[in-house]
Design a protein around this ligand. Structure first.
Ligand code: 13P
Ligand code: SF4
Length: 346
């Protein structure tokens, strides 16, 4: 038996898009960042959803471009004393929790995530207290305080495996915050899940009828879907998975083209993985309509070259991630359990 509880969603303060840079300015900041990385013994840890120029720079300078699980692993293992995390705030916090001895900088501390915003610690903690018989599993897309309240942290790349494991031990589960991923995992495993009702504003925007029309237009294309998308979109998928799993699926499926229902930032690495294939963005409401994201996370879009250079230049106050030692120690336990579990799957 599984239940899905409805909560009011927060109203999101939407970020202003960063100003576009001229090609001269871009070249200037790229060179500036390269020398600052050496000077500060720093490395870029970037998510697939950041702009392609940031992903390219991370690759060129020995950093990583990855999903949220691999970003956490890479940051913890890399010998650099400073991690420049290009992504959203929970990714910076995770890096700091795992590597307290390192400086963790972000291009902006205002890069949020609707899942994190929609799961405030106090409300969530009360919810958990009301169900003391349940194991608390939270998605990585949460604050350090919410992680500290959890028994397990998980990312989408190992969510099904972890819930399968807990279910086999007879555990009943609280899942937070993403309702679509929670439902997907519940369907895959049959586990007893009580689900928080958060949503990702990017994946929530994909449109079923338009996707059906697009499938009819490109019958040879495979549909790739991130499980933060609504059920009706998942139902149309040929492959469902985390960002890295979708890139792998694009490579291994025999189809000559892919319709991709996740943030369009992924196209940079996906196209590298299969240069011969055509990649299409799954339909949203479009830039001019009510869509506020248009297959690109507005907070990921805040990671610009200029902001990276400023973060490395040393204005720590506006760029440095802090997590209190007390909170860090608590949040570290479920995060380490996630990393150990991920390791055991290899
Ligand atoms: P991944 O864990 O697949 O990288 O996803 C993170 C995320 O924010 C998806 O919207
Ligand atoms: Fe959060 Fe969605 Fe942006 Fe990922 S794409 S960081 S889940 S708002």
């Amino acid at each position: 038996m599984s239940e899905f509880i409805d909560f009011d969603q927060s109203v999101y303060p939407f970020p202003v898009k960063p100003a576009l840079l001229s090609s001269d300015k871009k070249a200037f900041y790229r060179e500036r960042i390269k020398s600052l990385l050496i000077e500060k013994n720093a490395v870029i840890v970037a998510h697939y959803y950041t702009d392609s120029e940031i992903q390219a720079l991370a690759e060129e300078t020995g950093g990583c471009v990855a999903d949220s699980l691999e970003m956490a692993r890479f940051g913890a293992r890399h010998p650099a004393s400073t991690l420049l995390v290009a992504g959203v705030r929970f990714m910076g916090e995770t890096a700091k929790i795992l590597s307290p001895e390192k400086n963790v900088l972000m291009p902006t501390l205002d890069a949020q995530c609707s899942l994190d915003i929609g799961c405030p610690e106090e409300e969530f903690s009360r919810f958990c207290d009301e169900h003391p018989d349940r194991t608390v599993v939270v998605y990585a897309n949460t604050s350090a305080a919410v992680k500290a309240r959890a028994d397990w942290v998980v990312t989408s790349s190992i969510a099904v495996e972890l819930i399968e494991h807990l279910d086999s031990l007879g555990e009943k589960i609280i899942w937070a915050p993403d309702r679509h991923l929670g439902r997907y995992v519940q369907k895959q495993t049959g586990a007893d899940i009580l689900c928080w009702q958060g949503a990702c504003i990017v994946h929530d925007e994909f449109k079923t009828q338009s996707l059906e029309k697009m499938k009819a237009l490109y019958p040879e294309a495979a549909v790739l879907v991130h499980p933060e998308s609504p059920q009706a979109i998942v139902d149309l998928a040929d492959a469902v998975g985390s960002t890295s799993q979708l890139i792998k699926a694009a490579q291994t499926l025999p189809n000559p083209s892919m319709i991709v229902a996740t943030d369009k930032g992924i196209f940079y690495k996906m196209q590298q993985a299969c240069p011969e294939k055509s990649l299409y963005i799954a339909p949203t409401a479009g830039e001019g309509a009510t869509c506020r994201t248009c297959a690109h996370c507005p907070w990921m879009a805040m990671n610009g070259l200029q902001a990276i250079a400023e973060a490395l230049e040393g204005n720590a106050e506006h760029h440095q991630i802090h997590v209190s030692e007390q909170l860090r120690k608590k949040a570290l336990l479920p995060l380490n359990k996630m990393l150990d579990f991920a390791e055991s799957l290899k």
